[in-house]
Design a protein around this ligand. Structure first.
Ligand code: IVH
Length: 669
C-alpha cells in the first residue's frame, strides 16, 4: 500500500467506524457484529502504525465511541471511563502477560471476570448515598441518568457497612436479563412497535428513556466490576469487589483469581459454552491485573488501561445444511432472500432460517442448494449466513438464483442503480404492499385505529373484506366478529376506533395516505401551504417545488400519486366516509410549551429560516432574545454557530438545542 492509498483507506475506515459508533452507541441499532467492527478498527490501527504521519487526535483509534444524547445533562467523569484493548486469540493473551511481567517485578496475579454485554454506568457515592449515575458517554463526560438508575432495584441508593470510603465510585454494566428482554420484545411486537435487536441495545436504550416510570417497569439489572476512589479498603481489586459485595453491591460471583496465564486460559475455556446458560449476555472475559500498585505501574494509554485486556468470544457459529431459499416481499416492496435451514442449535436457540440480505450477498457467498453453511448471530435478531463449507459441496449442485419476478404478484422485479435490493414495482396490487399501506394508514401516528394489528389486517385482506384503506370505512357489524380469534368485543372496539378516526386532522390524514416520501414533517409542510386536498391535487410540479423543503423527488411522487385513477377513487370514497381533507375549521392552537422561556437563536438552519424560528418561539409562548445571558433558557443552535457564543454558552452551562429537537418540543416533528 502506498502513501496515497493509505491516506484514502484511513479516511474511509474512519468514516465507516464513526458511523458504526453512532449506530451502536447513539441509535442502539448496530448493523455489523462486534467481530466485524473490531476487524475495521484493527485494520485502521495497522495502517496508522505503518503511516504514523496520518495519525490524528480525533481518530476513532484514539477515542472511545460516544453514547451522549442531548436529552440529559452532561457530567464530567472524575476518572475517565476507558475502554479495553481486546483480542480473539490466546496468543495475544499470552503477549499481554509478557508485557505485564516485563513492567512489574515479582509475581503477578490476575482477576478474571466475565465481560457483561450491556451499557456501562459510573455511580458516585458520597457519605454513603448515591450522588449521581452517569453513562460512559465519550469517556470524558457522559449523560446524567441518575433518575433512571435510581429505579433499578438491585442498585443500592444508600450504603452502610465497614470501610466505606467517604466518596467512591462504583462502575458496572447495566444489563437486560434475557427472559425480561424476550418478554419486552413480545410485548412490543403485539403493540406494533419496533423490536430491540438484542439485550444490550434494550439496556442502553432504556437508560436513555425520559420517563423513569417506564425504566422502572423494564427490570434492568446491574453487575458491578470496578471500585474506584482515593481511600479504598484494599490494594487488591479482588478484595475491593468482595468488600463492595458486603456493602450490598451485586458483584457476580463468577470472578476468579488466576495465579498464572494458564489459569486465565482455563477460565476462558470454562466459560466459552457455559455462558449460554447465564441469565444475561456476555461476550468475553476481562483479565485484570489484581494489584492496584501494579496497575499504577502499568498505567494507561489514551484509550485503555495497560493492566487489563478483554478476550472476546467470537460470535458463535453453527454449521448446517441449506435446504432452500425463499423470497419474501416486504411491506415496501423490497424483496429479501431468506434461507431455510436444517434446524441447528446456536447460542441457546434453535435456528431454522437465516437472512441472506440481497442478491449480492448470494453471489459473494457463491451459494448452492444443499451447501453446508455457517450461520452466526450478529447484531440483528435474525441469524445470517456468513460462509459456505466449499469442501462438502456436492457435485452438480445448483447455484442459488435470485428470482426475476415477484413471488406474490408475478410482476417483473426492478433493481435501481446504486440500490442493494430488488423490489416489486407493482405498488398498487401486490398483496404485501397493499397490506403494508393499510398498516401504515391505521398506525398510531397516522389514523390511530386501535385493535387492528398486522394479523387482523392479514385476516381482513385474505377474506376479501378490506382490499384498500377505503374499505375499512365500509366494514359492517358482524363482519369482524365472525373472523377467527375475534369476537363481538374486539369488533365493537375496532368499529368505534374507525369511527373516531374521522376526527383525525387533515395533516395526519395526508401522512396516512402513504404517498412515497411524504413523512410526518413533509405532510405538515404540505398541509400548511395547500390547505385542502383539492388544492394539493391540482398543483403542478413547479408549484410544489416552489415550497421550501419540497424537492423534485417529493414533488414527482405527489404528482404521480394523484395521477393514478385508483388513488383518486380511494380519496373520493374516504371523503364520502367523512375523513378530514382540509384545514378549514381546524383552529391552529397557539401553544404554550415555551411559556416563561427565553431563547437565543444562533447559527444557520435547514428546516426554517431564523425569522420563522423567531415566529415559532413567540407562537409557542416563548421570548426570543438576541444575546446570551444567565437568563437564557437554551440556545436554538444551528450549524456554524460562532465560537464566542459557543464559549459563552458553555461558561454559563446553557444547553444548545439542535433544530430537530426544538421542532419536536413544539410538536412540529
Ligand atoms: S473493566 C478500565 N470489567 O466493557 C477498565 N469492563 O470495553 C474498565 N465491561 O466499558 C472496564 N464487563 O462497559 C470491565 N467485568 C468487566 C466488564 C467490563 C463488561 C464493559 C464495560 C466497558 C467495556 C470495555
Amino acid at each position: 500500500m502506498n502513501r496515497e492509498e493509505a491516506k484514502e483507506r484511513i479516511q474511509l475506515l474512519r468514516k465507516e467506524i464513526t458511523e458504526h459508533n453512532r449506530l451502536y452507541y447513539v441509535l442502539n441499532q448496530p448493523v455489523i457484529s462486534d467481530f466485524e467492527y473490531d476487524l475495521l478498527v484493527r485494520e485502521l490501527e495497522g495502517i496508522e502504525n505503518a503511516f504514523p504521519e496520518f495519525i490524528t487526535e480525533d481518530s476513532p483509534t484514539r477515542n472511545v465511541g460516544s453514547d451522549i444524547t442531548r436529552e440529559f445533562r452532561q457530567v464530567e467523569h472524575k476518572y475517565p471511563m476507558l475502554s479495553l484493548g481486546n483480542t480473539y486469540s490466546f496468543e495475544e493473551v499470552r503477549d499481554f502477560h509478557e508485557r505485564v511481567i516485563r513492567s512489574v517485578e515479582g509475581a503477578v496475579e490476575y482477576v478474571c471476570e466475565l465481560k457483561f454485554d450491556g451499557a456501562s454506568i459510573s455511580i458516585t457515592y458520597l457519605r454513603g448515598r448515591m450522588q449521581s449515575a452517569v453513562t460512559r458517554g465519550d469517556g470524558t463526560k457522559g449523560d446524567d441518568v441518575t433518575v433512571n438508575v435510581r429505579t433499578i432495584s438491585s442498585i443500592p441508593v444508600t450504603i452502610t457497612g465497614e470501610h466505606v470510603p467517604g466518596e467512591f465510585i462504583m462502575r458496572g454494566e447495566i444489563v437486560f436479563p434475557r427472559s425480561a428482554f424476550n418478554a419486552l420484545n413480545e410485548e412490543r411486537s403485539r403493540e406494533g412497535l419496533n423490536q430491540f435487536a438484542n439485550p444490550r441495545n434494550a439496556a442502553s436504550g432504556t437508560l436513555k428513556i425520559l420517563d423513569p416510570s417506564v425504566v422502572a417497569s423494564r427490570k434492568l439489572e446491574c453487575l458491578f466490576y470496578f471500585l474506584l476512589g482515593e481511600d479504598l479498603p484494599s490494594g487488591s481489586h479482588y478484595e475491593n469487589l468482595k468488600e463492595a459485595t458486603r456493602w450490598g453491591f451485586n458483584v457476580p460471583d463468577t470472578l476468579r483469581i488466576c495465579r498464572n496465564i494458564d489459569e486465565v486460559i482455563d477460565f476462558i475455556n470454562y466459560w466459552e459454552t457455559r455462558r449460554d446458560s447465564l441469565p444475561y449476555d456476555t461476550d468475553g472475559v476481562v483479565i485484570k491485573v489484581n494489584s492496584l500498585e501494579h496497575q499504577a505501574i502499568l498505567g494507561t494509554t489514551a484509550k485503555s488501561p495497560r493492566w487489563a485486556i478483554a478476550y472476546k468470544y467470537k460470535a458463535e457459529q453453527a454449521l448446517t445444511r441449506l435446504l432452500s431459499v425463499a423470497f419474501q416481499v416486504g411491506r415496501t416492496g423490497a424483496v429479501t432472500p431468506v434461507a431455510n435451514l436444517e434446524p441447528v442449535l446456536l447460542a441457546g436457540t434453535t435456528v431454522k432460517r437465516a437472512s441472506l440480505h440481497n442478491a449480492d450477498q448470494i453471489s459473494i457467498l457463491d451459494l448452492h442448494l444443499d451447501d453446508m453453511v455457517y450461520v452466526e448471530k450478529g447484531g440483528e435478531i435474525i441469524p445470517k449466513i456468513v460462509g459456505v463449507d466449499q469442501d462438502s459441496r456436492q457435485i452438480g449442485s445448483q447455484p442459488v438464483r435470485f428470482i426475476d419476478t415477484c413471488p406474490e404478484c408475478g410482476t417483473k422485479l426492478v433493481r435501481n442503480e446504486g440500490e442493494a435490493n430488488h423490489f416489486c414495482p407493482n405498488y398498487l396490487h401486490c398483496p404485501p404492499q397493499i397490506k403494508g399501506r393499510i398498516e401504515h394508514f391505521i398506525s398510531r401516528k397516522a389514523m390511530d385505529i386501535e385493535g387492528l394489528g398486522e394479523e387482523t389486517v392479514d385476516l381482513l385482506f385474505n377474506k376479501g373484506l378490506v382490499k384498500n384503506v377505503a374499505d375499512l370505512y365500509d366494514l359492517k357489524p358482524g363482519q369482524i366478529a365472525s373472523l377467527e380469534r375475534l369476537g363481538p368485543k374486539s369488533e365493537s372496539n375496532i368499529l368505534n376506533s374507525i369511527r373516531e378516526s374521522l376526527n383525525v386532522p387533515y395533516t395526519r390524514v395526508l401522512f396516512a395516505l402513504g404517498i412515497r416520501h411524504v413523512g410526518e414533517t413533509v405532510a405538515k409542510t404540505i398541509a400548511a401551504r395547500f390547505r385542502s386536498i383539492d388544492e394539493l391535487m391540482n398543483s403542478a410540479s413547479e408549484t410544489l417545488t416552489g415550497v421550501r423543503e419540497i424537492g423534485p423527488k417529493i414533488a414527482a411522487s405527489i404528482v404521480s400519486y394523484f395521477s393514478d385513477e385508483e388513488n383518486i377513487e380511494i380519496i373520493k370514497r374516504l371523503r364520502e366516509a367523512g375523513l378530514q381533507f382540509s384545514l378549514e375549521g381546524e383552529a391552529v392552537p397557539e401553544g404554550s410549551v415555551l411559556e416563561g422561556k427565553t431563547i437565543v437563536i444562533s447559527g444557520v438552519f435547514t428546516k426554517h429560516s431564523r425569522e420563522e424560528y423567531a415566529g415559532l418561539i413567540e407562537k409557542n409562548g416563548g421570548k426570543n432574545a438576541s444575546s446570551i445571558s444567565k437568563n437564557t433558557s437554551f440556545i436554538l443552535a444551528g450549524g456554524n454557530m460562532g465560537p464566542s457564543k459557543r464559549e459563552k454558552a458553555e461558561e454559563l452551562g446553557i444547553k444548545l438545542m439542535p433544530e430537530e429537537e426544538f421542532l419536536g418540543m413544539i410538536g412540529e416533528e
